[in-house]
Design a protein. Sequence first.
Length: 312
Amino acid sequence: MVQVRNGGLLTTIQDAGRYGYEHQGIPVSGAMDQTSMRLANILLGNTEDEAVLECTMLGPELMFEADCLFAVTGADMQMQLNQTGLLPYHTYLGRKGDVLHLGCATNGVRSYIAFAGGIQADSILGSASTDMKCHIGGKDGRKLQAGDRLLFKSPKTELPAMYRRFEDMKLSRRKETLIHVIAGPQADYFTEEGIRTFYSETYQIMQESDRMGYRLSGAAIENKSGVDIVSDGITFGSVQVTASGNPIIMMADHQTTGGYAKIATVISADLPILAQMMPGDHIRFEAVSLKEARRYWRRSERQIRRFRRRTN
């Protein structure tokens, strides 16, 4: 097992998410950056949806109480094992008594720690993902804190082709990022000027942003006669516009329904990019067709397949 000596700012257990229950008001949750989660598991020979630790902004300090291979992907948190610097996207062996420390995030916001063989967690409705609002999954439905212990399922200290289980890569840090979207189901609620504003202006991620949604500040988006609608379904990436004209991007812990008009939806391929952005960063939106969105998704899946072939 590993013992949590310091939980960091926000460290939770996450996997691919809790699907099939949104009609009952239960959010999907899951890792914000699904690509980084999958790559961490691929490095260790786990299934790609195995539960990992998602660390936000400031990482945890963990002490190994048993030997096990591990890998960290996503944002670079200047991690150290026994005060020796380590690289993200590499596979390392943690031995009993070793201390893994993750510091402040650079080149991103979220890091993902995976352990070979996986970790035990509270699986609720088919997922170990932590939903802190519903208090389910992970470790008692909450973030990790000092004194917690996480049990390994079947710890491994050796894997085939160990010499290939790394990748020299890092996230690129940009203050302004182009995010691709398709038109939302209520795009016709907005005037031509409002649509032009949405696609031509730059928006900033506000401090009041979290795993549930990113609030954006910037030019107000003009509507025709209000943005209130009969509540309907929301997905990860839905872009709602409030009565003030400011957009909110729904993230992994989004509610299942909402009563604001949705002007657009972020494409699946860009959600991991969005998940690594922080308050103060700037976003510009670009419209793409559904066909183009599929092309971006296929390209991202090909990159993950190539990663799997190179490292296994």
